[in-house]
Design a protein around this ligand. Structure first.
Ligand code: GCO
Length: 465
């Protein structure tokens, strides 16, 4: 096989984090409470009783963390802003110190030639607004718009890459449906769909504010996650079954891609859901589509794993269960690199927007070894395999503009507490000492070679400086 093995020279090599998972500095003197602060206090909700109160102490250590990003050679860093750090009550009075933190972070990144990619909402919803009904309150989109305006006013002279929301599937489905994430409510499907409608309007209002108010020309995306199918063979039938798995509604609309992306990109709900929406939403809901469907510049795709799919009876997707001994991450998620190829392809085919992989990574049982290093050959192999698959998508003509590894740092993994390590950088949660894992050094080689090094056997020189 001949390989033109480089990625484009302007390909964006990045890593991602989110506010609640890394920041710490959660005292009332520092910021308003978010729903995760409260959820973590509830017995039995978080593995080991962990909380994000201290997390990776990023607010205090951001200068050191930016230096580590520089050592890895990152071109871009995706982070989120904690809403109640900026507006302790969610609306109204601004917390200048909290907003100032992001101001300093952005300056520090730019000083080090790292492009900030800012996500406005990665799940730390203000408690004060939660008391008023949270995303179920039809006013929630105005609250989010007000918050967006504050961040745009402060940072848009330097930030040009924006995401409105991260993974509505999770913060609606897992948080408000299954009740396993904050705030831990178990709403009916109808209420989750009503909530989603408000969330989509919030996205639209926020995107519009960024577009019209940003001081520097913005590039706007959002970052959902959804199920993705991988064809079992390259037969037309299997490919089509995998496509249906990715862009169909399936048994559970909350986990679909289309429930969220069709309104945002097309201004319509998937056909199968229209009559349901007529029943459960207000009579003029179609008029909201104008707000929801704002011009978007790129599609941020969070992809970790996919389902192997073949054409079943009547061409319906038939999911092939993972075989005995299938490789898995520490979390138990199957390692399925081809999902980056097919996920990018199916989502581009449907929405025709440049793809940016905004999250992809794995948790691993990492620790500091006797020589003071953190060896994580599984993660190195994961990165190489997933980037090879992504490169294939690009060779097939899919415009993929960037890749953000999840995550930069070991951090608070939601209901799993500190039990899942996703970082390129190891964090000792007792001393807060950071150690670059071998995968961070490997990723540096990948970035330096513009992707070419992924074609060599990945672990051979992985730990060389
Ligand atoms: C998500 C979130 C991240 C997670 C990561 C690993 O996808 O759930 O965006 O915050 O930490 O995905 O689970």
């Amino acid at each position: 096989m001949s390989h033109n093995r480089k990625f484009p020279s302007d390909f964006v090599w990045g890593a991602a984090t989110s506010s609640y998972q890394i920041e710490g500095a959660a005292e009332p003197s520092q910021r308003g409470l978010c729903i995760w602060d409260e959820f973590c206090q509830q017995q039995g909700k978080i593995r080991g009783g962990d909380t994000g109160r201290v997390a990776s102490e990023h607010v205090d250590r951001y200068v050191e963390d930016v230096q580590l990003m520089k050592q890895i050679g990152l071109k871009a860093y995706r982070f989120s802003v904690c809403w109640p750090r900026v507006l302790p009550d969610g609306v109204g009075k601004i917390n200048a110190t909290g907003l100032g933190f992001y101001d300093r972070l952005v300056d520090e990144l730019l000083k080090n030639d790292i492009e900030p990619w800012l996500t406005l909402y990665h799940w730390d919803f203000p408690v004060s607004l939660h008391r008023k009904g949270g995303w179920l309150n039809p006013e929630s989109s105005d609250w989010f718009a007000e918050y967006t305006q504050v961040v745009v006013d402060k940072l848009s002279d330097r930030v040009s890459h924006w995401f409105t929301l991260n993974e509505p599937q999770v913060f609606i489905g897992i948080a408000h449906g299954l009740g396993e994430h904050a705030p831990g409510t178990k709403l009916s499907l109808d209420d989750q769909l009503r909530m989603n409608h408000n969330v989509l309007i919030a996205h639209g209002k926020s995107a519009k504010i960024i577009r019209t108010q940003a001081k520097k020309e913005p590039l706007i995306g959002w970052a959902p996650v959804g199920v993705c199918g991988i064809p079992a063979t390259e037969s037309i039938e299997d490919i089509d079954a995998a496509r249906q798995r990715t862009i169909g509604i399936g048994d559970d609309p909350i986990w679909s891609n289309t429930l969220y992306n069709d309104p945002v990109f097309f201004g319509t709900y998937p056909e199968q859901l229209e009559s349901k929406m007529d029943k459960i939403l207000h009579p003029n809901w179609r008029q909201d589509m104008e707000t929801i469907c704002q011009p978007i510049d790129f599609f941020g795709v969070n992809i970790y794993r996919g389902d192997l799919v073949r054409a079943g009876k009547d061409g319906k997707p038939d999911i092939i269960p993972p075989g005995v001994g299938t490789p898995r991450s520490d979390f138990g998620w199957e390692i399925t690199p081809d999902v980056l190829r097919w996920g990018s392809q199916f989502l581009f085919e449907r929405y025709q927007k440049p793809i940016v992989i905004t999250e992809n990574g794995m948790s691993n049982a990492d620790w500091v070894d006797l020589s003071g290093q953190v060896q994580d050959p599984q993660r190195i192999d994961y990165i190489a395999r997933h980037l090879r698959a992504l490169h294939q998508a690009m060779e097939d003509g899919i415009p993929v503009h960037g890749y953000f590894h999840w995550s930069l740092l070991d951090n608070f993994e939601w209901a799993e507490g500190y039990h899942q390590r996703f970082g390129l950088i190891y964090v000792d949660f007792v001393t807060q000492e950071r150690t670059l894992k071998s995968s961070a050094k490997y990723y540096r080689q990948v970035i330096d070679s513009c992707g070419e090094s992924i074609w060599a056997a990945p672990n051979r020189n992985a730990t060389k400086e």
